[in-house]
Design a protein around this ligand. Structure first.
Ligand code: PXL
Length: 286
């Protein structure tokens, strides 16, 4: 059975990070091995959240994993709680990267043009360093702007988003996937993916829904990780991830529940094991 080292926090309330990553990758048939970065009372979009930083415990877990001679088919990181933690994860990547696995970094920093509480400019630099080690990165549009040192991501066009993918790829990753990107019109939102290997760029459009749920980025990156472990092509992986998130949002939107609780993933996990009903991906002409 393939194994994934999943480097994320455990947010006890509000579906995000490990409470999203574990069910998705388990459902897709992979063994998830968490390297927990912090334990939060609830994810950081909730006011007054409490956080237990686990930076001092990471090295102990990693050294035990080395003693056990473990190896992983994917090294997958998300929310990191401190700059020192980013350095430890960078060392973990160096030690556990082989010719037979891949590193996926979801550079969790912010959304809607602002940093998440607790993130600071030094952590942007730390995340940049980690992205250089990765084969695949999955920033949202805000995170892509922070990584590239842009002022903001308002009024960015589809074409500029493709340029951002290429620029980010020049730093190291072979695949750059930008979520929450603009599409040609306001009724749609797009996920844009660039593959440096064949210099092709893909778009998957989704209907814009006027609601925002935390944790969808974690769900997206987890489905991508699972699909790539399965040998799916880049556009196929994005198609499945977008389909899963769209179904999750749609099933949640009909209820009158607080958006901070995240998507009702429990109702849609079964889609991960069913054939996709259609392919939506398009090759972009630039
Ligand atoms: O979904 C990303 C994420 C992960 N972990 C924590 C968060 C967030 C986003 O808000 O707060 C703790």
């Amino acid at each position: 059975m393939k194994k994934v080292a999943a480097i994320h926090d455990l947010s006890s309330y509000g579906r995000a990070s490990l409470t999203v990553v574990i069910p998705i990758l388990s459902n897709m048939g992979y063994q998830v091995c968490p390297l927990p970065t912090a334990i939060l009372s609830a994810h950081s979009e909730y006011k007054n959240f409490r956080s237990l930083d686990l930076t001092d415990h990471l090295e102990a877990i990693i050294s035990h994993w080395k003693e056990l001679g473990l190896s992983f088919d994917a090294l997958y990181s998300g929310y990191l709680a401190s700059l020192r933690q980013m350095d430890i994860v960078g060392k973990f990547f160096e030690e556990f990267k082989t010719d037979h696995n891949f590193i996926l970094v979801d550079p969790v920093l912010g959304d809607h043009n602002r940093l998440y509480p607790g993130m600071d400019p030094q952590m942007i630099e730390g995340m940049r360093r980690l992205c250089r080690q990765a084969e695949i990165i999955t920033p949202n549009l805000t995170e892509a702007a922070f990584l590239l040192g842009k002022d903001n991501c308002r009024e960015v066009t589809l074409r500029e988003t493709v340029d951002w993918c290429r620029q980010l790829s020049e730093c190291g990753p072979e695949y750059v996937i930008i979520t929450s990107a603009p599409s040609e019109n306001q009724k749609n939102t797009a996920t844009i993916a660039y593959s440096r290997r064949d210099n092709r760029c893909w778009q998957v459009k989704a209907e814009y829904i006027p609601a925002s749920y935390p944790g969808t980025g974690d769900a997206f990156a987890s489905v991508i990780t699972g699909c790539l472990l399965n040998g799916d092509s880049l556009p196929e992986a994005i198609d499945r991830a977008v389909y899963f998130i769209t179904m999750g949002i749609k099933t949640t939107f009909g209820y009158n529940q607080p958006p901070l609780d995240g998507i009702n993933q429990e109702k849609v996990l079964h889609y991960l094991n069913e054939p996709l009903p259609f392919y939506r991906y398009e090759l972009l002409p630039f």
